[in-house]
Design a protein around this ligand. Structure first.
Ligand code: ZN
Length: 299
């Protein structure tokens, strides 16, 4: 009885050490120019520029002119296919695109890899530039890949400025230096504002009466912050609106001395001052507000 198993033999076609072939004059010129970091095309009898160059014009079958034209190095993506799982023989070991790229000055497009990071960074018309290999040896892989034009950069931002505290703020910070919260009472609406100010934000009346407030208050609202801040001791930290006793509007400050998740609205807090000798006219005199341990307040 004949076996129903198909007969199978595995074959591998391989040229250990490499298969040497001649390039011909046109491709040879193209690869020699690549080794020098230039990309050239060849002009056809009709005046078009073929990149990569060919010995015969594919549209007419006529031999090309022998005039080489430098193109690019930048080009425009005409179409592309995303490779999310690169194979061992691929030019990049991370996801990339195979793209048809028309280099500036060329009339045809060449296929090459584009390292765009993700497919959303690529579109028809995306401008790309070659990233050259070092050292170059005269192969198409002398261009490691193309990369999208640089259209944005990430730079560190630091601005140093001097704040000149005039009038009301100066007065308030003088109080802070002495360990006092100074507010102002509006004679018209009878509201107490802290920090101290010269005129009422509600009715515009000039404020004449200065009020000394205690350094205790109640948390009205708060936020748990999970991003680091140079002014905060750790992450997460809590910033809160604190209504000082006797004030009518809350001020913003850090809350400390308690785990972030235990902070609550209505919690009674007191300012924790840095040692007197280290104080200056600055809000950093107050390390943070910490719970007093008193019962919560109904807001
Ligand atoms: Zn007022």
């Amino acid at each position: 009885m004949p076996s129903e198993q198909p007969l199978v033999a595995e074959h591998v076609l391989e040229f250990p050490g490499g298969y040497t072939r001649t390039t011909g004059p046109v491709i040879g010129r193209f690869l020699t120019e690549l080794r020098s970091g230039r990309i050239v095309g060849v002009r056809t009898a009709e005046g078009r520029v073929l990149v990569p160059p060919l010995e015969y014009d594919p549209s007419t079958g006529e031999p090309v002119t022998g005039e080489y034209v430098e193109v690019g190095p930048a080009g425009t993506v005409k179409s592309w296919a995303w490779v999310s799982d690169p194979l061992p023989g691929h030019p990049l070991d991370r996801p990339f695109a195979w793209a048809l790229i028309e280099l500036d000055g060329a009339d045809t497009a060449l296929v090459h890899a584009v390292d765009a990071g993700n497919p959303k960074a690529l579109a028809r018309g995306t401008r790309v530039w070659p990233v050259w290999r070092s050292p170059r040896t005269g192969q198409i892989t002398d261009i490691e890949y193309f990369a999208p034009e640089v259209t944005r950069i990430v730079s560190n931002v630091r601005s140093a400025y001097r704040l000149q505290a005039g009038g009301a703020l100066r007065r308030f910070l003088d109080g802070i230096e002495r360990g006092l919260f100074l507010g102002g009472r509006c004679a018209t609406c009878d509201k107490v504002y802290v920090p101290y100010r010269r005129s009422c934000p509600q009715c515009g009346t000039p404020i004449a009466e200065e009020v000394e407030l205690p350094d205790t208050g109640t948390i009205t609202t708060f936020a748990i912050n999970n991003l680091p801040d140079p002014r905060a001791p750790e992450v997460p930290f809590v910033s809160a609106y604190i209504l000082l006793d006797g004030a009518d509007i809350p001020m913003i400050a850090l809350v400390g001395g308690i785990p972030a998740h235990e902070v609550r609205q209505g919690m009674r807090v007191r300012a924790e001052w840095i040692p007197e000798a280290e104080r200056g006219p600055s809000m950093s005199n107050i390390r943070w507000f910490a719970p007093t341990g008193e019962p919560d307040v109904e807001l």
